[in-house]
Every structure is written in structure tokens, then in C-alpha cells.
Design a protein around this ligand. Structure first.
Ligand code: IPM
Ligand code: MN
Length: 350
């Protein structure tokens, strides 16, 4: 079996963390006896500055022929705010209809748990973030820009189809987890059209009587995630709220250096990426923690059905954190990006 993987290494620290992700992928592929080939795509700031192109349409038909996409990071201070992020990250999410953004939040060791009187086992949740609509719809604009009458409109769009499919995905996911618990996170008290989420959640829930359901307004969810993180197992939420609460969640699991995500279309090609950004100030310094990207590779393998490889990578990361061989998960650990990749490979082979 030879998997075809599209690689968008991107900007800033993207290329260096992606190198380590691919190093670990090579290592586990050799151990487990599957093969893969990669195709590199140059999208990002350098490519844009050279050619004026952000992300060509033509790449989509190529991705569709492949098994998965691995993305590093996109964003560069030299370029207009949000242009590359919108056209590359959001572009791929929307065009390939990657309607689930799956973001596990699991703390692997007590000593990295940032909350007083909580332990690692209290933090084990997964956020199912809607990924193709909501506040990211790009519907809106600015009227009378620069004048005193200026009006800025940004619409949040929720479709019955979009809400139902992501909620159904979350129920299915909750069924596979031991606690069988699903929390809807919204702000339907203030944003009344989010009542669509309330109703669909309840309606679809009738098909899953085994699941215990719960609800948290997003502001309260932020409070509970710190105060009582053990209250959460599977969480389903809107695009914007999912974006926000998973940055909070990344700190619960040890920081942006370890938080991974999958942009998933259950019946098409999916894209996997670290949650962190391009961190331009660390670019080329071999300092960034590649664990988030390696964990994204594990999610990618899980998605391809290579579950034993995925579990092995996760176990290797967990071992290195628990044993404190990787003592610090930030970019100040003193360990080089490439050293961490090597350590994960060596641990895999043990
Ligand atoms: C993320 C990022 C993106 C988002 C940005 C870069 C557009 O923050 O993947 O969480 O908001 O979705
Ligand atoms: Mn984000």
C-alpha cells in the first residue's frame, strides 16, 4: 500500500516542523510495512511574493486524487493580514468541504497539567469544531470605508445541513469514547439564530440514547474548562467558538507545541495540521517544538486506517513527556526541532 500525501509546509516554522512530521512518518512506515509518497506544494508567503498566487484552483483536483494533506503553518507579517490564511487554510477547508475540525485536548502527564489541584487524567476531551460556515463564511464587507459613516458587516451563517452533519459526526465520535458524553457549546442565549444548533442537537440526540448530553454557553465553557476540565468529554461547537476554545484547550494539554488537529471530510481527502501558527520569529532556528505536527501525522494515520501506527506515535510522544526526556514543551526547551523528531523515532523503535 502506497499512500499519496500532499504536503503544504507553508511559512515560518512550518517547513521545519513538517520535516520532523515526515521523518516520524517514514520511521513508522518502515516499521509497520506501509509506504507513502509525498508531493510538495509551495503555497505560502514566498510563493505569493514571487508569483502573486495564493492557492491555485488546479491543486484541488490533485488533492482529490491523494489520500491526505499535511499542512505546516501559514502566515507572514509581510503580507496583508489574513490573505494567505483565508485563501490557503480556509480555502482548502471550504473547497474540499472539510466540515469537521477535530481537536483532541489530552494532558499526558501530571507535571505539565497547568491547573492547580487537577491531574493529567482530568483533561481528556475532544472538540468537534464546525469548519465550513459560521463566522468564517466571508459573507459581509465594509461600506463607506474610511468615512465617519463606515459600516462593517460580518455574517455568521448556519445551515441546517451544515449544523446537522457536524452534530451527527460528534454523536458518532462520542459513541466511540468510553464516557459517551457530548456537550453542545454555543451562545444561543445572546445569538438567537443559534437556536438552530439547540434544536438539531436535541433532535439528532434522539438517535443516540446511550449518549449523555450536556450544554454550555461558550463563555461558561471557558470558565469550566479551567475550573472543572473533567466535565468535558466530546464537545461540538461552531467554527468561531471552536477556534477560540481550542487555543484555551491547547494550554490544558501543555501548549501550542503539542496541539494537533484534523480537518476532516469523512468521505473525501482530509487535511491535518498543528493548531499553532507560523511563529515567524522562530523561523529557521530549529527551536520550534514539532510534537504538534507529529501528533497531526498520527491523526492522519488514524484517518487512513493505520491505527496501530497512530497509537505507536502517540505512545512515543507520551513516553517522552512522561519520562521528562522532553522536559519542556515550549520553544525554550533547549532541544532542537530535529532532535525531538529523532527522539520520537528512537522511542518508536524501542
Ligand atoms: C486555526 C487558525 C485559523 C482559524 C486561522 C489561521 C485562519 O487560527 O486553525 O485555528 O481561525 O481557523
Ligand atoms: Mn485558531
Amino acid at each position: 500500500m502506497t499512500y499519496k500525501i500532499a504536503v503544504i509546509a507553508g511559512d515560518g516554522i512550518g517547513p521545519e516542523v513538517v520535516d520532523e512530521g515526515l521523518k516520524v512518518l517514514r520511521c513508522v512506515a518502515d516499521m509497520e510495512g506501509f509506504n507513502f509518497e509525498t508531493k510538495d506544494y509551495p503555497w505560502g508567503a514566498e510563493h505569493y511574493l514571487k508569483t502573486g498566487e495564493t492557492h491555485p484552483e488546479s491543486a484541488y483536483s490533485e488533492y482529490r486524487e491523494m489520500d491526505a494533506i499535511l499542512l505546516g503553518a501559514i502566515g507572514d507579517p509581510r503580507i496583508e493580514v489574513g490573505l494567505l490564511e483565508r485563501e490557503i487554510i480556509a480555502g482548502v477547508r471550504f473547497t474540499l468541504d472539510l466540515f469537521v475540525n477535530l481537536r483532541p485536548i489530552k494532558c499526558m502527564a501530571d507535571h505539565i497539567c497547568p491547573i492547580k489541584n487537577k491531574k493529567a487524567s482530568d483533561i481528556d476531551m475532544v472538540v468537534v469544531r464546525e469548519n465550513t460556515e459560521g463566522a468564517y463564511s466571508q459573507v459581509g464587507g465594509i461600506f463607506k470605508k474610511g468615512t465617519k459613516e463606515e459600516v462593517a458587516i460580518a455574517e455568521m451563517i448556519y445551515t441546517r445541513h451544515g449544523v446537522e452533519r457536524v452534530i451527527r459526526y460528534a454523536y458518532e465520535l462520542a459513541m466511540t469514547r468510553p464516557r459517551k458524553q457530548l456537550t453542545l457549546c454555543d451562545k444561543a442565549n445572546a445569538i438567537r439564530p443559534q437556536d438552530l444548533w439547540t434544536r438539531v442537537f436535541e433532535e439528532v440526540g434522539k438517535e443516540y440514547p446511550e449518549i449523555t448530553t450536556d450544554h454550555a454557553y461558550v463563555d461558561a465553557a471557558c470558565m469550566w474548562m479551567i475550573k472543572n476540565p473533567e466535565a468535558f468529554d466530546t464537545v461540538v461547537t461552531t467554527n468561531l467558538f471552536g477556534d477560540i476554545i481550542t487555543d484555551l484547550g491547547s494550554v490544558l494539554q501543555g501548549g501550542m507545541g503539542v496541539a494537533a488537529s484534523g480537518n476532516i471530510n469523512p468521505s473525501g481527502v482530509s487535511m491535518f495540521e498543528p493548531i499553532h501558527g507560523s511563529a515567524p520569529k522562530y523561523k529557521g532556528q530549529n527551536k520550534a517544538n514539532p510534537i504538534a505536527t507529529v501528533a497531526a501525522v498520527a491523526m492522519l494515520l488514524d484517518h487512513l486506517g493505520e491505527t496501530s501506527s497512530a497509537r505507536k506515535i502517540e505512545a512515543a510522544i507520551e513516553h517522552l513527556i512522561v519520562s521528562k526526556e522532553i522536559p519542556d514543551l515550549s520553544s525554550r526547551s533547549g532541544l532542537k526541532t530535529s532532535e525531538i523528531g529523532d527522539m520520537i523515532c528512537e522511542t518508536l523503535k524501542k
